[in-house]
Design a protein around this ligand. Structure first.
Ligand code: AMP
Ligand code: ZN
Length: 125
């Protein structure tokens, strides 16, 4: 369910798939079987890391209720939180998942923004 438009194959035109495959060189802060993390090219705070699944999943709405998807989503958040602590963000951080055009998503390969190192404001723009 919900997976029809999500082939999960690498998209040759996707910049994040290219990063996963090493076609665009990037220094990984974290690398597991399921995900990689690297610094955002245009940081919005002293710490701004992107955590992405290796699989090309367009956005969070493409996840289904199957166990594999639930585990992957849980892993993304758990690893993001663990990385935040490794990066000394004990005093707080923000995880952001922009989704779709109205959500401000510009790269259509799911990613968690891990942002920290300064006081965040609310509401976001
Ligand atoms: P979003 O607007 O939520 O889709 O976020 C996409 C993010 O990807 C933006 O914060 C960009 O700065 C970042 N970005 C785009 N290209 C690269 C790249 N080659 N390496 C690292 N970050 C990138
Ligand atoms: Zn991709």
């Amino acid at each position: 369910m919900g997976l029809e438009s999500n082939t999960r194959q690498p998209d040759p035109d996707c910049i994040f798939c290219k990063i996963v495959k090493g076609e665009i060189p990037s220094k990984f802060l974290l690398e597991t079987e399921d995900l990689v993390a690297f610094n955002d090219i245009s940081p919005q705070a002293p710490t701004h890391v992107l955590i992405i699944p290796r699989q090309h999943v367009k956005d969070i709405s493409k996840f289904s209720s199957n166990q594999e998807d639930k585990t992957l989503l849980g892993t993304l958040f758990q690893q993001a939180a663990e990385l935040a602590l490794k990066l000394n963000l004990e005093s707080g951080f923000r995880l952001v998942v922009n989704t779709g055009d109205d959500g401000g998503q510009t790269v259509h390969h799911l990613h968690l923004h891990l942002i920290g190192g300064r006081q965040m404001t609310w509401p976001p723009g």
